[in-house]
Design a protein around this ligand. Sequence first.
Ligand code: GNR
Ligand code: NI
Length: 176
Amino acid sequence: MALLPIITAPDPRLKRKSAPVERVDAGTRQLMDDMLETMYAAPGIGLAAPQVGELKRIIVVDIAREDEELAPLAMANPELLWVSDEDAAYDEGCLSLPEHYAEVVRPASIRLRYLDRENEIRELEADGLLATCIQHEIDHLDGVLFVDHISALKRNMILRKLLKLKKSEQKAEVGA
Ligand code: GNR
Ligand code: NI
């Protein structure tokens, strides 16, 4: 098990489209486990492989609260099969856009297909926070961040702040 560094915006790797996994092998399982460990440590309720620099279609999710048992989900090649006409709005955050939140509207319910940790094809129906989180993670696999769903004004405000933060951190590293 290993904690992986999480990439924050702006970073070109967060804008790329990730490649499908051919099959879930030992290496894929290791990455899934490391991503779960990294997600729990952050803490977060989801994590997509490109956020740790791996441009592969792999996501992990666990929306259980702290007082509930762990409910880890690890998926390769998640694919939406159906989305509801009904929408739901959630105040979303992202480990790659630290400390910024905005209301995002998405389909309220979804049905998806994916490969599980054992390389078995599975289907899942989700609504509520789980549906929101899975859609947020699949977006990452297509180079889309939650700020791409909000107004350009709010998006640019958040991205400008993160760019400033990154520049000041880089200066601090160099010791300037
Ligand atoms: O930890 C996270 N919380 C969250 C809250 C609302 C909607 C989506 C999320 S996902 C986020 C972790 C993350 O950045 N996953 O990519
Ligand atoms: Ni995210």
